[in-house]
Design a protein around this ligand. Structure first.
Ligand SMILES: Cc1cc2nc3c(=O)[nH]c(=O)nc-3n(C[C@H](O)[C@H](O)[C@H](O)COP(=O)(O)O)c2cc1C
Length: 281
């Protein structure tokens, strides 16, 4: 996959990488995407907020903790960079000034050490009644682009909304994105077996997300206005899943749940799938 001047050596990438990524084989990956950081840490749940809904489907509770960009710099990034593949820092913010601030911080602290950033597009500041729309995506992307400069690779990760994803993607493209990732988590509710336990609101990933993510990738790749390369993200566990995403128009895939459920899976897939090429090449 080509991201501006950067060529990914393998179509398999690791998304939401654990901060302590232990083991071997990760040097074969196309890229590593970090867990999302915010400018200020956001208190919340750690691993206990991740529920296994069924064998290959997870739910991340809504109130998960987010580390600060500063902790990323001080504690986590050197370790992730030691695997020797491009590292993209995933960032989010509740509004445009927040995206500008965190992008400025990363540009200042890292210069050329990181390959670029992934912009996690989530609902903007809902307290003010704002809705996620193409303009927000464009402005967030543009704010990050202005801080990182014209050369940086900026991947915009979109929500799993097949009906709306084309418009959001066009916003990202207008704002100066280098590539798209489809998709992030799908809002859902999990009812624990214990009937007295409260329902858990969150976002699902893994097996249950895959058909929706495939549809999103397909929507994007079949819109002649959208020219950006696409990462397919959702429920990749096997080489056949990788091939499915490539058939639908993705140029590479990201693996998150698979790695969480089976540490080392992304490295093993990278060893198996290095030869695969996207259908559109
Ligand atoms: C344990 C876990 C943590 C995640 N944390 C993040 C995150 O910090 N930032 C992000 O953009 N996506 C995060 N995601 C979403 C994934 O990056 C990915 O978009 C989504 O899970 C779909 O891929 P999958 O089915 O392979 O998990 C997380 C997913 C999981 C399972």
């Amino acid at each position: 996959m080509q991201l501006g001047t950067l060529t990914l050596q393998n179509p398999i990438c690791l998304a939401a990488a654990p901060w302590q990524l232990e083991g071997t084989g990760y040097e074969r990956l196309g890229a590593i995407f970090t867990r999302t950081v915010t400018m200020e840490p956001r208190p919340g749940l750690y691993e206990e907020g991740i529920w296994q809904v069924n064998e290959q489907t997870l739910l991340n509770a809504t109130n998960m903790r987010t580390e600060s960009a500063e902790i990323l710099v001080q504690e986590h990034l050197p370790h992730l960079l030691s695997h020797g593949v491009p590292v993209f820092v995933s960032i989010t913010a509740p509004g445009i000034p927040g995206f500008r601030k965190i992008a400025r911080f990363l540009a200042r602290e890292f210069g050329s050490q990181i390959a670029g950033v992934e912009v996690y597009i989530a609902q903007p500041d809902t307290e003010k009644g704002a809705e996620l729309n193409a303009k927000f995506v464009r402005d967030a992307t543009q704010a990050v682009r202005n801080e990182l400069g014209s050369e940086a690779a900026i991947i915009v990760k979109l929500p799993p909304w097949p009906e709306h994803i084309r418009g959001l993607a066009l916003g990202a493209q207008e704002g100066g994105a280098t590539a798209l990732a489809a998709t992030n988590l799908l809002k859902a509710l999990h009812l624990p077996d214990d009937a007295t336990a409260a329902p858990v609101a969150g976002g699902i990933s893994g097996e249950a997300l895959r058909p929706v993510a495939l549809r999103c990738v397909w929507e994007l790749s079949h819109d002649s206005r959208i020219t950006l390369p696409i990462f397919g993200t959702g429920g990749v566990f096997t080489q056949a899943h990788v091939t499915d995403f490539l058939r639908c128009g993705a140029s590479a895939v990201q693996v998150a749940s698979g790695e969480w459920l089976e540490p080392g899976l992304s490295a093993r897939l990278a060893a198996e799938c290095g030869h695969l090429v996207p259908a559109n090449m």
